[in-house]
Design a binder for this molecule. Structure first.
Ligand SMILES: *Cc1c(COP(=O)(O)O)cnc(C)c1O
Ligand SMILES: [Zn+2]
Length: 417
């Protein structure tokens, strides 16, 4: 394994690769640090071939992940990643963007969100640490990802969700036979309960006590984007921010590959996307602050509704240091974003993808997408998970099974209410 320690992001103190998320010295968050010298000794072409010879899932990037061994056989879990990256010319045209727009469609994962990536890495490491129960504090998608991965691995699981979650997400989680706990409160309440529980139980709370491993899973999105662009970097990336983990780890992933010579050029400009009804990071960014004032979420983008985002300050750094920005869009813009993406690409995304698409639209309208470059938007979840958001967004026709009726009411475009 090339991972060598858990290192405090604030004071730099190093810990072994155990179940730990906070520094004992300064209470800063810890993250996985690597020594890639074994990979750097060869030439980059042979490293590319090594990656290409790997499995068609995130474990082709095992050299860059904190696991001792490739999960195999009964421990393989669900195959995650290798999701499509599609060129979206009609979306670019609709937005007046004179350059390439690509959609990374991470709804194409086993439980239809990017959370399968982070759960795959967290559960693999948890198993190596001898933990046999998976758990999580979820805004919705993580619950399904943990429940399904636990079922695939034959592990017990407990998932904690805010009790007002979308019905689609509750149903598509409970079915895996997990212990589904609906907490009367918002995500930040759920997270507080889980943080307390993680000290009391010997469970792997994927986004609490094994969070450093979980977070590394998001880097695989950056690796895939670079590999799918034929080992090139995009010029800019638009991605959603809930806790800020995905956003910051995209940058880490690109950075590691630049360092190793696998890809050439500069870090892409990183644009973060939040819902106006829960935009503590966008607000801090706009006010030029690097600390986050917690908010009470009120938005249809429930999967992004974290009022007190742990990685917020780091997300601000990523946007600033890359010439990007962090934007917020309203619920109406989110609904329009979902529709725009669906109509121009055939991809139906959940509300978080509406946030991302609406943010691209907002950047384009503000002239912040210069001509000629390549923009990737990261679509993190499936529209079937948030159907309420699109109810009433289009009309349909009802006819008798008669040709004349069809002609009168459809071809002549008479809408029956
Ligand atoms: C969890 C999630 C995100 C981003 O989460 P972070 O906490 O910022 O890593 C984005 N989109 C969807 C659909 C999610 O479920
Ligand atoms: Zn520290």
């Amino acid at each position: 394994m090339n991972a060598k320690s858990l290192t405090c992001r604030e004071c730099g103190f190093e810990y072994p690769l155990e179940a730990r998320y906070v520094c004992e010295k300064c209470f800063g968050p810890v993250e996985v640090a690597y020594d890639f010298s074994a990979l750097a000794s060869g030439d980059s072409e042979s490293l590319k071939r090594r990656i290409q010879a790997g499995p068609q899932n995130i474990w082709r990037y095992a050299d860059f992940l904190p696991v001792d061994a490739l999960p195999q056989g009964p421990h393989a879990g669900l195959p995650v990643g290798s999701t499509p990256l599609v060129k979206a010319d009609r979306l670019a045209e609709r937005l007046g963007i004179d350059g390439e727009v690509w959609v990374k469609n991470d709804a194409h994962n086993p439980t239809h969100s990017f959370k399968d990536r982070v759960v795959a890495v967290a559960s693999a490491r948890a198993r190596e640490l001898g933990m046999t129960t998976l758990a999580c504090a979820s805004t919705g998608n993580l619950a399904g990802a943990v429940a399904a991965q636990a079922a695939a691995l034959g592990l017990e699981s407990y998932v904690f969700i805010p009790s007002d979650l979308e019905e689609q997400k509750i149903l598509s989680t409970g079915i895996y036979g997990t212990k589904l706990v609906r907490v009367k409160g918002n995500y930040d309440d759920v997270n507080r309960l889980c943080t307390e529980l993680s000290g009391e139980r010997d469970w792997a709370f994927v986004n609490v006590n094994v969070r450093p491993y979980y977070a590394e899973g998001s880097k695989t999105l950056a690796y895939e984007i670079a590999e799918q662009l034929d080992w090139q970097l995009p010029d800019r990336v638009v991605a959603p921010i809930a806790s800020g983990s995905l956003f910051t780890k995209l940058k880490k992933g690109f950075g590691e590959w630049i360092e190793l010579g696998l890809i050439e050029g500069e870090q892409p400009a990183m644009f973060g996307a939040q819902a106006a009804g829960c935009s503590p990071v966008a607000t801090a960014y706009a006010e030029g602050k690097n600390f986050i004032k917690p908010v009470k979420p009120d938005t249809i983008a429930k999967s992004l509704a974290i009022g007190n985002p742990a990685d917020g300050p780091y997300a601000i750094d990523v946007a600033k240091n890359s010439d990007g920005s962090i934007e917020a869009v309203t619920d109406d813009e989110i609904r329009a974003g979902i529709k725009l993406l669906a109509e121009t690409t055939g991809i139906f995304t959940e509300t978080a993808g509406g946030v991302t698409t609406a943010t691209l639209a907002k950047l384009a309208a503000a002239g912040k997408i210069p001509a000629g470059g390549r923009t990737v938007i990261v679509i993190t979840g499936d529209g079937l998970k948030t159907l309420d958001a699109v109810r009433g967004s289009f009309e349909s026709y009802e006819v008798e099974p008669k040709l004349s009726d069809f002609i009168t009411h459809v071809e002549n475009e008479v809408l029956v209410p």
